[in-house]
Design a protein around this ligand. Sequence first.
Ligand SMILES: Nc1ncnc2c1ncn2[C@@H]1O[C@H](COP(=O)(O)OP(=O)(O)OP(=O)(O)O)[C@@H](O)[C@H]1O
Ligand SMILES: [Mg+2]
Length: 231
Amino acid sequence: MLSVSALCASYGAIRAVDTLDLEVAPARLVTILGANGAGKSTTLRSIAGLHRPIAGSIRLDGVEIGRLPTHRVVQRGVALVPEGRMVVAPLTVAENLSLSAFAGRGVEGDMLARVYDLFPRLAERRSQVAGLLSGGEQQMLAIGRAMMTRPRLLLLDEPSMGLAPAIVDQVFSAIVALHRDGQSILLVEQNAEITLEICDYAYVMRRGRIVAAGTPESLRAAGAVLEAYLA
Ligand SMILES: Nc1ncnc2c1ncn2[C@@H]1O[C@H](COP(=O)(O)OP(=O)(O)OP(=O)(O)O)[C@@H](O)[C@H]1O
Ligand SMILES: [Mg+2]
């Protein structure tokens, strides 16, 4: 269970995220929706220990992680797939995956098989250097790398960004498969339509605050309001 309470984060004088409260219960797929600059990435980066919150509390399974260095947060079971999918370009797919396993909660052989099962395309291209993969394949590899750390909580920052619709479908199918397997996921997206189809619960952010929250059904019922926030 992730519980964020009154997290505030700033970049110098810019208050990127104001007071907010959010929760991800075990095995849930929760999303943060919001337009450009809403503070979605800052929130994820703060949870992952890449950005230090100036106030508030971030707890994972009851333990405060808000002031821990990033590698300790990873060891506690939080894995971030950042915006723009960071893969190690000169290394192969297989090397990228095995490198990540060491950062996490112990190497587990069957996780590699699970990643290849989830993304058959990565299995086919396992000896290819990551820098030569397509955008969609790099996104799959970035998610695979995060999975290799055996996360309790997977944080995904706009995995659909810049991908062709057919590839977006593949990436979202993999997210649905992970959710079905019981993986806890916090997914950040601008694409509200496709995201509300797959999540259990969604928060809507605007200008650093949560302005709406609820199940996909309740947010769809408030459709006009939601569109105004996402515009
Ligand atoms: N490194 C930075 N330095 C200064 N300001 C920043 C920095 N990163 C983000 N900001 C500002 O903080 C606010 C929130 O940005 P953030 O990147 O968290 O939003 P976002 O919801 O992820 O947006 P996007 O959809 O464009 O990725 C914005 O006003 C942004 O300009
Ligand atoms: Mg962002």
